[in-house]
Design a protein around this ligand. Structure first.
Ligand SMILES: *Cc1c(COP(=O)(O)O)cnc(C)c1O
Length: 363
């Protein structure tokens, strides 16, 4: 609701199983909140969303990769990102084939979103491609450009404002040229950070991703307040299997990377790198037990991790340890977990979300 108040025309991004939160429950919840268009990653994700079912517009951000993808785009009415000449050629063929199937029903069109590179240097046509694009599309009556898009590389970095604005200007110029060429479409540029920090770049639609799941793209920067009020949707917990003493001088776990500086109580938690609790959290991460922080000690193992619970004496086997979230002031924020892990909240959600899930307040 907070996002809706600042992103007037949001296209929620629910790629990669809704950043690990689950395609079906997330899309249903957002559709109930008014979303009529979603962005997923692969064409297969788009097909899965159609089968949820979802009857609105579905954008595939990765666009068609295989021959099968073109058939699925036509069959399921998906709007793919298109960013190479090869895709344009295949699309023209697919449109002809679709036309043939539909007995020359020339009203049906394949919707596409043209993707432009304005600074990310990953995928996309460039400004120089515009004249040829206008020409090509002029000969493709069964293809309709619904959207023109680009992606910001540095919107979450307050120190990179100039680069964002440069991308914005390039994008604007591209859209103007296309419009002069007679095309009509919605202009969509910004991601979550762009939505929160650059209202002047909102254009006709916005693509919020990480902010939907409650992570603040500006956490730890001087723009942190711009993302305040976002509440993380995901919590992750694992049961404590056993508790024992670790005497001063004793080591724990593989490689003896931790030596007890004093007599300690340790809890062994049933999660490890096989559950996507990264091994890079060895001697770095923290969990939450009975509302208190407990540090990871020693190496994270495949399905087990040890934590120091000396200061949480009420802990018993069977209690839950929160890896992410939990109650109270010391609850574990996704941004903190990401920092200990040496990554970003996107990866934390995508990976931890692959574990068995339960939903609350979702229909
Ligand atoms: C993932 C993605 C987004 C969403 O970005 P967030 O930073 O998660 O808001 C928007 N646009 C494209 C093209 C993406 O791939």
């Amino acid at each position: 609701m907070f996002l809706k108040s600042i992103a007037p025309d949001p296209i929620p991004v629910i790629k990669a199983d809704a950043y690990g939160h689950g395609l079906a429950p997330v899309s249903r919840t957002l559709a109930r909140a008014g979303a009529s268009c979603f962005a997923v990653g692969t064409v297969d994700e788009a097909v899965a969303l159609r089968q949820v079912p979802f009857g609105g517009e579905i954008i595939s951000l990765l666009g068609p990769v295989t021959k099968e993808d073109y058939k699925k785009i036509v069959l399921y009415g998906i709007t793919p990102f298109i960013y190479t000449w090869e895709q344009m050629a295949c699309l023209a063929k697919a449109a002809e084939a679709a036309e043939y199937i539909k007995n020359n029903n020339s009203n049906r069109q394949i919707s596409i979103a043209l993707k432009f590179d304005t600074g990310m240097a990953r995928l996309g046509f460039t400004e120089d491609d515009v004249p040829k694009l206008i020409h090509k599309l002029g000969s493709m009556p069964h293809v309709r450009v619904k959207m023109v898009c680009s992606h910001l590389a540095t919107a979450d970095d307050p120190e990179a404002r100039e680069f964002v604005l440069t991308q914005g200007k390039k994008f604007d110029a591209i859209c103007l040229s296309l419009r002069k060429g007679g095309m009509t479409f919605a202009r969509v540029l910004v991601n979550s950070a762009g939505i929160l920090a650059y209202p002047e770049l909102h254009f006709d639609g916005q693509r919020p991703g990480i902010s939907l799941y409650g992570s603040n793209p500006f956490w730890g920067t001087r723009w942190e307040a711009k993302g305040q009020g976002l509440l993380p949707a995901m919590e992750v917990m694992a049961p404590i299997l056993s508790i024992h003493e670790l005497a001063r001088g004793q080591t724990i776990s593989y490689g003896q990377t931790f030596t007890a500086p004093r007599d300690m109580q340790v809890a062994i938690v049933a999660c490890g790198y096989a559950d996507n609790y990264s091994r890079s959290l060895s001697n770095k991460g923290w969990m939450l037990v009975h509302g208190k922080r407990a540090p990871v000690i020693g190496r994270v193992c495949m399905q087990l991790t040890a934590i120091d619970i000396t200061h949480i004496p009420q802990t018993r086997p069977g209690d839950q340890a929160y890896v992410l979230g939990g109650q109270g002031k010391e609850r574990i924020l996704p941004e903190e977990l990401a920092r200990w892990w040496g990554t970003i909240t996107y990866e934390v959600f995508c990976l931890l979300g692959q574990n068995p899930r339960e939903y609350e307040n979702v229909h």
